[in-house]
Ligand binder design. Structure first.
Ligand code: VG1
Ligand code: CO
Length: 545
């Protein structure tokens, strides 16, 4: 055993309030002396029984990833963590981290990622803590970490020479062993257990072309392992497949704005039968067919309605959950299947207890997040394989599948409008204005309909009974149309305002409208009510989904 020298470093106060999903700040902020170290120390103080335990550490490969991992290893050694598991080159997607935590019975995992935010020296960096169930730490723990980071006077570190992370191996430092492992294997094995990859591969090789956009982020190597190595597809089915520190200047957020190259290939040029993209850390997914964009809320409904096509879910599912702003399309499926459907606040951490208690099997969010009980995170490649498996079984196109779905369940027209990085004063003004109008809205007309509910969403966890208040303002009309307004908890510049619109059309109505047209009255009337266009000085939102 090598002797290690532990030093205590005194630290200044830092602003480290975590948002929707961990601590997210500019890369430059994270480069400041002690900034990362303080947050890691605060995390470690919140973990009981850390000494001797196993911890997973990895990231999405953005600028600062390797350096941060090395520092965390040094702090682990000082804290006598038993085993630190690191993927080769430090690359581990968020769902793969979740899987490894569970498989290794680790105390938790630290994911270095700002997810869908841009990377590079001028981009963002972030730290997420996942707990022993594999899922994001709940609010009770993140609040505790924040409190601790506010009062920390020093942190412990051992300045050992950390090995390069580009080769497999096991190293010992004092009471800590550091294992550098294959970050792809556990995850790709899991996918092989859930899906019939041969069936998908046969289907794709017949005459159904696939293009997957890894956006120069973490999913590139996973996609190549699964699509090329295991399924035998051509190498060029993965685009932007090499992880880069700045994501090649891309914004690794799989939506129609930031993955527009892929969207053009499918929607304009119609060059492929199926297209998909994942975000920086591999937990989000966008699904496209030839000439057809799949809204993530519809995707969740389709996934839930077709569990019988996927080997891993053949025995049925116990229930489903969606975040509050996600459309009610999945609720319609749950009613038909006669299973419960839970409505949670935004953020994957709220699904953890429901999954652990087996109350649900599948869950999702409107923000391109879909997942199941196979891990405790949303899972981008899982969702892509899930869609491909349904298409292979049904032998149909994406647009046929979605249209048949609407014909059976009706269509929940849905759209999210994001006003990104606007001045916080403006965002707060709009938000507070709506809040003050809530009492007068109820019982009156909005968009030609009576307002049934006008409130700020509050959630009581069915398992631990914890209460989360102020999770988004909602206006629900008598015909169940909804308008929701939230301020993002993942942006790092100014404030991001998110507006969500939903209107149901039964299977007898016109199901082929453009959602912006179907939702026009709701969109216009909200703008009249709150003057969003004028106050933001933006003719259009930054992103429309
Ligand atoms: C956004 C999404 C939310 C998601 C969160 C983390 O949060 O709306 O649904 O859970 O990002 O996703 P917000 O507060 O900006 O609306 V990820 O891919 O960053 O882990
Ligand atoms: Co993400």
């Amino acid at each position: 055993m090598t002797e290690v020298n532990v030093i205590n470093i005194k630290v200044p106060f830092q602003d480290q309030k975590p948002g929707t999903s961990g601590l997210r700040k500019s890369t430059l902020r994270f480069q400041e002396e002690h900034y990362l170290e303080i947050f890691i120390e605060a995390i470690f103080k919140s973990l009981k029984d850390l000494q001797g335990s196993t911890l997973i550490v990895g990231g999405d490969g953005r600028y600062g990833n390797l350096e941060a991992i090395k520092k965390i290893i040094q702090i682990c050694v000082a804290h006598k963590v038993g085993k630190v598991i690191i993927p080769k080159n430090g690359l581990l997607s968020t769902p793969a981290t979740s899987n490894l935590i569970r498989k290794e019975e680790a105390i938790g995992g630290i994911i270095l990622s700002a997810s869908h935010n841009p990377g590079g020296i001028n981009g963002d960096f972030g730290v997420k803590l996942n707990i022993s169930n594999g899922g994001p730490a709940p609010e009770s723990i993140t609040n505790q970490i924040f409190q601790c980071s506010q009062s920390l006077k020093s942190y412990k570190i051992s300045k050992i020479k950390v090995p390069d992370l580009d080769k497999f191996g096991v190293f010992s430092f004092g009471l800590t062993s550091v294992e550098i492992i294959d970050g792809l294997k556990g995850y790709s094995d899991l996918m092989e257990n859930i899906f019939d990859l041969d069936q998908i591969s046969d289907f794709l090789k017949k005459d159904f072309s696939l293009i997957f956009d890894a956006m120069h982020a973490v999913t590139g190597p996973y996609a190549k392992k699964i699509f090329v190595e295991k399924m035998g597809l051509a190498n060029d089915c993965v685009m932007n497949g090499v992880p880069l520190e700045d994501f090649g200047g891309l914004h690794p957020d799989p939506n129609l704005t930031y993955a527009s190259n892929l969207a053009d290939l499918l929607l304009l040029q119609k060059s492929y039968s199926f297209g998909a993209a994942c975000d920086g850390d591999g937990d989000r997914n966008m699904i496209l067919g030839k000439g057809c964009f799949v809204n993530p809320s519809d995707s969740l409904a389709v996934v839930t309605a077709n569990t019988n096509c996927v080997p891993g879910y053949k025995d049925g599912i116990t229930g489903v959950a969606r975040s509050m702003p996600t459309s009610s399309a999945v609720d319609c499926v749950a009613t038909t299947l006669n299973i419960p459907c839970y409505e949670t606040p935004t953020g994957w951490k709220f699904f953890g207890n429901l999954l652990d208690s087996n109350l649900i099997t599948i869950c999702g969010e409107e923000s391109f997040g879909t997942g199941s009980s196979h891990v405790r995170e949303k899972d981008g490649l899982w969702a892509v394989l899930y869609w491909l498996q349904i298409l292979a079984v049904k032998n149909c196109s994406v647009s046929e599948l979605i249209q048949n779905h609407w014909r059976q369940y009706g269509r929940n027209y849905y759209s999210r409008h994001d006003y990104e990085a606007i001045p916080s004063t403006i965002a707060n003004e709009i938000f507070n204005n709506l809040t003050s109008k809530l009492p007068s809205l109820k019982g009156n007309k909005f968009a030609g309909n009576l307002v049934k509910v006008a409130d700020n969403f509050s959630y009581t966890d069915p398992v631990d009974k914890s209460i989360s208040k102020n999770q988004g303002v909602r206006i629900i009309l008598e015909d169940n149309s909804r308008v929701i307004l939230r301020l993002s908890g993942t942006g790092t510049k100014g404030s991001t305002l998110r507006l969500y619109f939903e209107k149901f059309a039964s299977s007898q109505e016109n199901l082929a409208l453009n959602p912006q047209v179907a939702l026009k009255t709701l969109i216009d009337d909200l703008d009249h009510l709150l003057n969003i266009t004028k106050l933001t000085k933006m003719e259009n939102p930054s992103v429309i989904t």
